[in-house]
Design a protein around this ligand. Sequence first.
Ligand code: C2E
Ligand code: MG
Ligand code: MG
Ligand code: MG
Length: 285
Amino acid sequence: ASKNGGRGQFRFYSSDLKDEEEVRQMMLDDLRIALEEGQLFLHYQPVVSIKTGHVVCLEALMRWEHPDRGFVSPGQFIPVAEDSDLINNLGEWALREACKAALKWPKSVRVAVNVSAVQFANQGFPAVVASVLAHTGIEPDRLELELTESIFVGDSDETERMFKALKDLGVRLALDDFGTGYSSLSYLRAAPFDKIKVDKSFVDSCTQKDKNSAKIIAAIVGLSNALGMETTVEGVEAFDQLEVVKAKGAKLVQGYIYSRPLPEDQVDQHIASGEFTITPDGPET
Ligand code: C2E
Ligand code: MG
Ligand code: MG
Ligand code: MG
């Protein structure tokens, strides 16, 4: 049911001959097959301590290589999966894979896994996490679940129960993309987050004096510290950004300046090589 595009290029999901709903359905069908046939895999992006240069955590990021379409980005396929039950299967697969991978790393290195608000709203989710912990044997506090503010749209009693169930398992919780949603401070009042991840958008403009981004980064780091949480600043690409972020009190950074997301077989050598030291010329390992 695919079409060749104008210049002999295989156009599949972007076909303008199909309406949006048809395209989504096609992608969803392919995604089911992808999960069954092993077209999905995970890359891992280091989170680095600026001071020591050590990798403290690796975030698992889902990748899909479609046999005809090539690489499809998670920004495209995750929202499609979220419109159906399939996100629960994808999410469980990612959890399992990531925990298995982490067993091969030093115990000081955590693994972070993104959890969709759809998964979080599913009452069976803590049992899924418990099963992954039991089957892999990974220490629960080495697993960090990344949640976004979109989890707070649901019933607040349910949300609270879910938090409790997850904390009872001993896993860590991180609030991802902080600053892009409603960022209501009331979310932080009762939610047991261990970490806040400052969204890349603040870093993008943090070197521009006329923007308030650098000050906002400082304020989020301060807020996070006051609440006893860690902070990771996401999306640092350039040396001048790293300098600003560091000056604003950030300790942990995740971004291309240190490393892009890596295939699993390259993770070991990056951890083993020890330290990332960033100079104005880029990373030295
Ligand atoms: P996220 O969880 O906020 O992940 C960070 C994204 O920023 C990743 O994009 C990463 O590759 C990118 N990134 C990190 N550092 C830099 C940088 O210095 N520069 C730039 N330009 N980008 C940087 P990616 O892998 O495309 O993932 C996009 C989003 O897709 C993720 O955002 C997350 O929301 C979602 N996602 C990825 N994997 C999963 C998954 O397994 N489950 C769920 N539910 N969502 C996932
Ligand atoms: Mg994330
Ligand atoms: Mg993020
Ligand atoms: Mg994001």
